[in-house]
Design a protein around this ligand. Structure first.
Ligand SMILES: O=P([O-])(O)O[C@H]1O[C@H](COP(=O)(O)O)[C@@H](O)[C@H](O)[C@H]1O
Ligand SMILES: [Mg+2]
Length: 560
């Protein structure tokens, strides 16, 4: 039986502008009449003529409204000439899994349903993001096109009568006005697990994790925070690598993440940090809702900053078979990320790139064969195996390094610092501030720090003096396609290389979140406490930005 396509009239919604990584809004916003329909129609139209006859991947982190949105997307895709959809069972796919599926199936792209690390549930956040055929988040030019379309949209098309049960794996064939349309509901984890098996030596890792190699099972606590990684974690760590059931927690993806805030940092992954601090563990790890972020801690909750995590993995790439097979190209980090990886790159004679915040900026460099490993201070680490950051990949990389060196996480770090020196790093987040005063703060600060007389100025606190070497609002020209991204964060660089960086988050769903990043390099004094070492610079940053005055906040919500 042939199903009919219907065209529905609609009117534009304001504010459908994708942020750092897709459109993230409250569930209540997405569930307004035609809100999701409008945005999905614009995503599809932004693909132009390539859409008709294409294959797309659809899935998300299992948060509230994911399943309904996935079913709606299937009907809208059917109405717009898409030939085939690969849909995660129950609408579930981690963000790295979507990226991998797009690449393996040579799909035109994928629609990822997630608000990442933002809380879920009817009162909280939902999100929709489009990834292109390289598997990575759509670049700025593409998301701008989506936004433009959203301001003028008049109609969307769908197949309202299309019934589909996405709780069962299998292939359904439809006839849409005489044209075939295929929906393949796939196992959410199988392809991703296969991909990890190609990258890492699962045999070696199994013997190390299960204790078969040295009689000592690796003591792990892997916390999925009720996000999407649960199913992947169980299959990889329990079934493939032989870890014990007690090594994994919160592995059932829940629509509201069981009330957890699935952001893997020292504040929101408190349960993990406290348990590992008290207990007898070799490694603790947590992920965000959609599985692309990771946090790594060692015994007694020894914290590995994401900037250091990237540098250590870069140093030990030969512990991972993938890099032996595919070679080692350059490294990259986002601008606010401390430059520890730069030192490894220099030693190995590799190119190192500094890009704006947002994984989409790594994609071109990877596609051009110039980049194989990158990371961000925002708990993102990944490689060119896909075009998203990858939380589980990062844990497998760390376990590979532990197996390779036979050392604890703390010793790996201390040895790294003794060779390269240490980049002390901290990030202060001021969440849910009022937007207006924050915009004013940023504008005032930009004006002050870009005035001619700012360079050369000295600032002192607690007996330490820092002299400004340069200051700007970071802009970036993509080395591959020469596209320009401006206003990517205020940055003050001092004579000794220390930096103050400030920007507004692009991943929130309302209000403003201010991020203040402080980083300072020490060649010798590598065993200090970051909070103590960076205190003078933090005070200077608060003075220059007048943050307490503008935001009314005397303390950050999250300190990393
Ligand atoms: O949210 P995710 O895990 O998709 O992560 C996204 O947001 C992070 C933080 O962005 P912001 O500082 O603007 O909040 C970015 O670093 C990352 O590249 C992007 O993919
Ligand atoms: Mg995420």
């Amino acid at each position: 039986m042939s199903l009919n396509v219907e065209t529905k009239q609609t009117t534009p919604y304001e504010g459908q502008k994708p942020g750092t990584s897709g459109l993230r809004k409250k569930v209540k916003v997405f569930t307004q009449p035609n809100y999701t329909e409008n945005f999905v129609q614009c995503i599809l139209e932004a693909n132009g003529t390539a859409l008709v006859g294409s294959t797309l991947v659809v899935g998300g982190d299992g948060r509230y409204y994911c399943k309904e949105a996935a079913e709606l997307i299937i009907r809208i895709c059917a109405g717009n000439g898409v030939a085939k959809l690969l849909v995660g069972q129950n609408g579930i796919l981690s963000t790295p899994a979507v990226s991998s599926l797009i690449r393996h199936n040579k799909a035109l792209g994928g629609i990822v349903l997630t608000a990442s690390h933002n809380p879920g549930g009817p009162e909280n956040d939902f999100g929709i993001k489009f990834n292109c055929e390289n598997g990575g988040p759509a670049p700025d030019a593409f998301t701008n096109k989506i936004y433009q379309l959203s301001t003028t949209i008049k109609a969307y098309t769908l197949v309202p009568s299309l019934q589909i049960d996405i709780s069962k794996v299998g292939v359904s064939n439809y006839d849409i006005g005489g044209k075939p349309f295929v929906v393949e509901v796939i196992d959410s984890v199988a392809n991703y697990v296969r991909h990890m098996e190609e990258i890492f030596d699962f045999g070696k890792l199994h013997d190390f994790v299960s204790g078969q190699s040295n009689g000592k099972p690796l003591k792990m606590r892997i916390d999925s925070m009720n996000g999407v990684t649960g199913a992947y974690v169980r299959e990889i760590f329990l079934n493939r690598l032989g870890a014990t059931e007690t090594s994994v927690v919160h592995t059932t993806p829940l629509p509201d993440f069981g009330g957890l805030h699935p952001d893997p940092n020292l504040t929101y992954a408190k349960d993990l940090v406290e348990t590992v601090a008290k207990g007898d563990y070799d490694i603790g790890a947590a992920f965000d809702g959609d599985g692309d972020r990771n946090m790594i801690i060692g015994s007694k909750a020894f914290f590995v900053t994401p900037s250091d995590s990237l540098a250590v993995i870069a140093h030990y790439l030969d512990a991972i078979p993938y890099f032996q097979k595919n070679g080692v190209q350059g490294f990259a980090r986002s601008m606010p990320t401390a430059s520890a990886v730069d030192l490894v790159g220099k030693k190995l004679g590799k190119e190192v790139f500094e890009v704006p915040t947002g994984w989409k900026y790594f994609g071109n460099l990877m596609d051009a064969g110039r980049l194989c490993l990158c990371g961000e201070e925002s708990f993102g680490t990944g490689s060119n195996h896909i075009r998203e950051k990858d939380g589980i990949w990062a844990v497998l990389a760390w376990i590979s390094v532990m197996q390779h060196t036979g050392k604890s996480i703390e010793d790996i770090l201390k040895q790294h610092w003794s060779v390269y020196g240490r980049n002390y790093f901290t990030r202060y987040d001021y969440e849910e501030c009022d937007l207006e005063p924050c915009n004013e703060m940023m504008a005032t600060m930009e004006k002050n720090i870009t005035a001619a007389e700012f360079v050369g100025k000295s600032f002192s606190s607690e007996g330490k003096t820092y002299k400004v070497k340069e200051a700007d609002n970071f802009s970036y020209t993509d080395p591959v396609d020469k596209s320009l991204a401006t206003k990517q964060g205020l940055r003050i660089v001092f004579d000794d290389g220390s930096r103050i960086v400030m920007r507004l988050s692009g991943t929130g769903s309302s209000g403003a979140t201010v991020r203040l990043y402080i980083d300072s390099y020490e060649k010798q004094n590598v065993l200090g406490q970051a909070s103590v070492m960076l205190k003078p610079l933090i005070d200077i940053a608060l003075e220059i930005s007048q943050l307490p005055k503008f935001t009314g906040r005397n303390a950050p919500t999250v300190i990393t």
